[in-house]
Design a protein around this ligand. Sequence first.
Ligand SMILES: Cc1cc2nc3c(=O)[nH]c(=O)nc-3n(C[C@H](O)[C@H](O)[C@H](O)COP(=O)(O)OP(=O)(O)OC[C@H]3O[C@@H](n4cnc5c(N)ncnc54)[C@H](O)[C@@H]3O)c2cc1C
Ligand SMILES: NC(=O)c1ccc[n+]([C@@H]2O[C@H](COP(=O)([O-])OP(=O)(O)OC[C@H]3O[C@@H](n4cnc5c(N)ncnc54)[C@H](OP(=O)(O)O)[C@@H]3O)[C@@H](O)[C@H]2O)c1
Length: 473
Amino acid sequence: MLSVAVVGSGPSGVYTTQALLQQSLVADVRVHVLDRLPTPYGLVRYGVAPDHEKIKSLQNGLRAVLEDERVTFVGNVGVGGVQGVSPARLAELYHAVVYCVGASADRPLAVPGESLPGSYSATRFVSWYSAHPDIGADPFALDARSAVVIGVGNVAVDVTRILARGADELRTTDVPRAALSALEASRVRDVHIVGRRGPSQARFTTKELRELGALPGARVVVDPAELALDPAYAAPDGLPGAPPLPAVVRRNLAVLRGWSAGRAEAVAGAAGDVPSGAPGGSQAARRIRLRFFLRPVELLEHAGRVAGVRFARTAPDGAGGVRDTGAYEDVEAQLVLRAVGYRGVELPGLPFDPARGTVPHAVGRVLRDGVPSPGEYVAGWIKRGPTGVIGSNRSCAKETVTSLLEDAAALTRRTAADDPLAVLRAWGLRPVEWAGWLSIERAEAELGRSLGRGPVKIPDWPGLLAAARDTDR
Ligand SMILES: Cc1cc2nc3c(=O)[nH]c(=O)nc-3n(C[C@H](O)[C@H](O)[C@H](O)COP(=O)(O)OP(=O)(O)OC[C@H]3O[C@@H](n4cnc5c(N)ncnc54)[C@H](O)[C@@H]3O)c2cc1C
Ligand SMILES: NC(=O)c1ccc[n+]([C@@H]2O[C@H](COP(=O)([O-])OP(=O)(O)OC[C@H]3O[C@@H](n4cnc5c(N)ncnc54)[C@H](OP(=O)(O)O)[C@@H]3O)[C@@H](O)[C@H]2O)c1
């Protein structure tokens, strides 16, 4: 029998578990899936946007794996933290441990003014509307008229869409109460989404980009002159002597071209054509302005709060990068969200590469001082870095499990606890098992019913733990 702990119940943890269940090399395998939260699914629950219901429904597939009789969900057990269990002690309980802890921190911009009130990471904003219990219910009052989102990846598009979408459209989702109320009262009218390079280097995917143009009550404004700065934009069939543009870039450029053609006149008359101080609510017009070749250099302050962003105007350097032109542009904003990527967090007791924000590994085997550490593996964002969609974690997990199975004979010669859960409890931990999670689900459904909505997420630790303990619900 092979006894494995998978740390993290996001996509990489669940796909690792699935690969362990589906293999045929080891006849009997038992998997404990640990998570510091009492809830499973990682960023599928706490990152994927609430209005992306189809992607959210991937939870059903993850759920089927976690409900397999060979699998035990062990929520509310952190690994490496002050109140959790250390990697060294965990290694005593299982033949192998696979770390799938994701990359939960945000990346800073490292520009003056970044910590002004009104300036936040998109990570924090996402966690807020997703009801992550570490965030708390009320940090965002959306009294800003103009918001700047820095970065042009899919997270930037997600937060832009949530800011631009009317609260009425989010009422049918599981958005927590405080976030829905704040979105209802939102005074945001302009959302500027800003890339430091050109449209052909933007990281968003076309489906996500198109969605911005389909939001009721919002319109997209693109400046054709700014697009034309990108040599690839001017030559959609490819630049002479250069490799063909990737399909996603060609599709993105086509969408942007359409918007710029249809909306060109809106740019000229943009300032002031939405009344400032217009009432909140989904009926009011909102404007999404896609901007390129603007590198943030400073967040501007007024009366102790963020009042805008100063950008350096950039131009293509001919090699996919940009150079500063010496010109600057200030964009007014009372809310600034930096969506410039996530970052792995060092887990005490586990090796960490601070430059990459990942755990050093060789084909999924954790490296300690450059040497594979017996029984320790890694998968997902903490292995590869914070890029890739949910499906990317499946092949990543398979690669790690292949390494683990190659080591299986040696691993099963190590000692493992007969009842790791009993040991964890004896160490003072209070795991939330699958029944506890089901109880949270029921509590969220009840809360939603009481509000005339579908399930509504519980946004705080006491609420989640109380619901988890009330398994008679
Ligand atoms: C805002 C956002 C939206 C996204 N939307 C989409 C989308 O719409 N479609 C798509 O395909 N992809 C999307 N992605 C990408 C996708 O979410 C990731 O590819 C995927 O979640 C990474 O999986 P993971 O398991 O490595 O990490 P995570 O999903 O982050 O899971 C890590 C898990 O580990 C747990 N954990 C962390 N530290 C510890 C610890 N010390 N002890 C125990 N447990 C711990 C966490 O609680 C979490 O449950 C999105 C990403 C973000 C950031
Ligand atoms: N719907 C979906 O499928 C979905 C939704 C959300 C997330 N995801 C996935 O999750 C992963 C993470 O997404 P992400 O948006 O966090 O990261 P990302 O795709 O890496 O995008 C980060 C953006 O930030 C910019 N940036 C980085 N540092 C900057 C700086 N100092 N100043 C200005 N801009 C800066 C980058 O520009 P440069 O390119 O110039 O560095 C890039 O535009 C991606 O793989 C994404 O596809 C998918």
